[in-house]
Design a protein around this ligand. Sequence first.
Ligand code: FES
Length: 147
Amino acid sequence: MDQTEKTEEQIKKEMIDLLMDKITGGLSERVVDYGSDPRNCGSLDRPDGYAKIKGPCGDTMEMFLKIQNDKIVDIAYTTDGCMTSHAAGSAATVMARGSSVRECLKISQSTILDHLGGMPDESKHCALLAANTFHKALRGWAVGKKK
Ligand code: FES
């Protein structure tokens, strides 16, 4: 067989990849997974930290934190945004759950995008909204702690 000839398996794989790309609009597997089966979506009663932010796209995200001994012991988010905002909210909460506040300071738009395996340019602001909402909730907790 010619080295440049593709096997039937390779051709099948390419066709499946192309089809998946068409169906998911080029979204990563994790964005599709989190977006269609959101993690930590909901609210928490009497959170230690809370924030609500409306992004430039008009979508809103809320985050609820429970913190004990400087560790995120519970976290939840809600959003009225689309699938990619759910993926970003899920990613931020999955990354933060069980982590220390100090570790959580590293959570950013860029680390959320890395965790998700990237997002199309037009959806990257969803990761920024999740990061900003998370940090505002953390600041809310820090301010409440000082009082
Ligand atoms: Fe609005 Fe992503 S489209 S937050």
